[in-house]
Design a protein around this ligand. Structure first.
Ligand code: XMP
Length: 521
């Protein structure tokens, strides 16, 4: 979005695992911010971006090493507030003439900081230290041993005498702890105080975003026509509805049924879409093609490649049938963009490779329209609400592009898919009837490629085993299993074994991510 319309907080990333959370917290405060890896931040870049404030993130490096990553010194001549967090505090200290030393002790986890009472009334401490101290989260080895000239030591912890330093004339702040993580109890208040000191207006709302992005779409597309692949998921639905409102006569959506969807999912998505949105929709039934190509294939990566490749093939065929379409709309989100420029790579790279339509544009020669690329997932949901999209769409659990193929372990057959659909439907129905659907990030069943012995009535059975998985998560990158009661688990097991023929054993997956992943393949 145009940074001149919204005051920009520029977050310079030095590779911390939690840099994205800095942006999340500012967005919650309705401030507009963007993250860039430090290598990308040049003088020219700064001139062009004109940030209203700068945050230097934490990072795994040490400023004491040779050639540490550093922001251009120009930032200290821009007359804007700067907040350095952890590595950010240390690099700012070094650049401005202070001293950073390797610490004797690593400080990791919970710590207590107290203010230097002289500065308790400072704006940056507004609403803080009500009980005389704050619980914060630290993760560092090095520490500032001498603040730069003009800086005061305004807060300390047991192991960090300079846990908070400030140059009040220039509004530069350096903190050893991480205000962006939830464990720092009043971290958001600290960030809010910084934002207020920088006079950053809290005007980043989905209502204004909707109007601005609509204008942007109109400008980009002109009188051109746009095609959009939809899956029934939140991102593609919000993309489609946003485009439809902006350019009502110029959009057509394509829904590809690859035969790997859940019980009744294909007709339901098409009906919901047609009834709710009146957007032209081409629905393509291609189950035989996909299942034919997957016959005899049991390797997970090969399955994914076949599905991705076939999807492109089918989409290409349909898109070329529609004449005069130059643009392809995609529901790319901000985390995908950050990941693709991040200099550390990090755990999120796995998520990126999931992007099953990521290969489409180059191959098809469409120009890309990505109206959600500045948003986080929860902002997309908020935008969806603002666009009047029913809650039933917005609250749907994520569903992977390759669908049931990666939940039917080993070779896929129609019989196995049919068993899996029945189990999944019962599981979701039970979750919904207990009012748990919205408390769970994602819940599903997988069919294992083994049979086990059981007894039903007076007879021996030798049937398939299924595993149920339900996790809580914020973003899918880490996850915890959902703690169902044993009564719930016992009921669900009874229902599945009694109602689904071909299954005689039900297991519940209690692995966190990491070390497990959410999906089994
Ligand atoms: P994992 O299994 O890596 O999954 O822990 C994290 C999240 O990503 C979803 N997922 C996919 N989504 N295409 C997608 O669109 C894919 O190929 C894919 N694989 C996994 C998964 O359901 C979970 O929400």
């Amino acid at each position: 979005m145009n940074p001149n319309r919204h005051d920009l907080i520029l977050i310079i990333d030095f590779g911390s695992q939690v840099t994205q959370l800095i942006a999340r917290r500012f967005r919650e405060l309705r401030a507009y911010c963007e993250i860039y890896p430090c290598q990308k931040v040049t003088k020219e870049f700064l001139r062009q971006k004109q940030p209203k404030a700068i945050v230097l993130s934490g990072g795994p490096g040490s400023v004491v090493d040779d050639n540490p990553f550093a922001p251009p010194e120009m930032i200290y001549g821009m007359g804007i507030p700067i907040l350095g967090i952890c590595y950010g505090q240390q690099i700012m200290t070094t650049q401005l003439g202070g001293v950073v030393e390797k610490g004797d002790v690593r400080e990791f986890g919970k710590a207590i900081v107290a203010p230097n009472s002289e500065y308790l009334k400072a704006k940056i401490f507004q609403g803080l230290f009500k009980d005389g101290e704050e619980i914060v989260w630290m993760s560092h080895g090095d520490k500032v041993s001498k603040p730069p000239k003009g800086f005061n030591q305004i807060g300390f912890s047991d192991n960090s005498p300079n846990a908070i330093i400030a140059d009040f004339d220039r509004n530069y702040f350096g903190i050893q702890f991480h205000p962006e993580v939830y464990h720092t109890v009043h971290g958001v208040r600290f960030l809010e105080n910084f934002m207020n000191i920088a006079h950053v207006q809290p005007n980043w709302t989905m209502g204004t975003y909707k109007d601005e992005v609509s204008e942007k779409i109109k400008k980009q597309v002109g009188s051109g026509k746009v095609v959009c692949a939809i899956s029934g998921g939140v991102d593609s639905t919000v993309t489609a509805v946003l485009l439809h409102k902006a350019i009502p006569e110029q959009l057509t959506c394509i829904f590809v049924d690859h035969g790997l969807l859940r019980e009744n999912e294909a007709p339901e998505v098409v009906t919901m879409f047609r009834e709710n949105f009146q957007i032209p929709l081409v629905s393509v039934e291609a189950s035989d093609l996909f299942l034919g190509k997957l016959k005899g294939v049991s390797d997970p990566e090969t399955k994914r490649k076949i599905i991705g490749g076939t999807f492109i093939e089918v989409f290409e065929k349909e898109a070329t049938k529609l004449k005069g379409y130059d643009f392809l709309a995609q529901g790319t989100l901000y985390p995908d963009i950050i990941e693709s420029v991040s200099f550390t790579g990090g755990p999120s790279e796995t998520i990126k490779s999931h992007h099953n339509v990521g290969g489409l544009p180059d191959k098809l020669g469409f120009k890309l329209v990505e109206p959600l690329k500045e948003l986080f997932k929860d902002e997309v949901r908020e935008l969806g609400k603002d666009l009047g999209i029913p809650e039933s769409f917005l609250s749907r659990h994520p569903f992977p592009g390759p669908g049931l193929a990666i939940r039917c372990l080993g070779e896929i057959t129609s019989e196995k898919l049919s068993i899996l659909r029945k189990i999944d439907a019962i599981f979701i129905e039970q979750i919904r009837s207990h009012g748990l659907y919205n408390k769970i990030w994602q819940a599903f069943a997988t069919l294992l490629p083994v049979r086990s012995v059981g007894v039903m009535g007076d007879g021996r059975t030798y049937d398939y085993v299924c595993a149920l998985r339900a996790v809580t998560s914020v973003d899918g990158m880490t996850a915890q299993f959902y703690p169902f009661t044993s009564e719930f688990l016992s009921n669900i097991s009874n229902r599945i074994v009694n109602e689904v023929s071909g299954i005689n054993r039900v297991t519940y997956d209690i692995t966190s991510k990491p070390p497990g992943t959410i999906e089994w393949e």
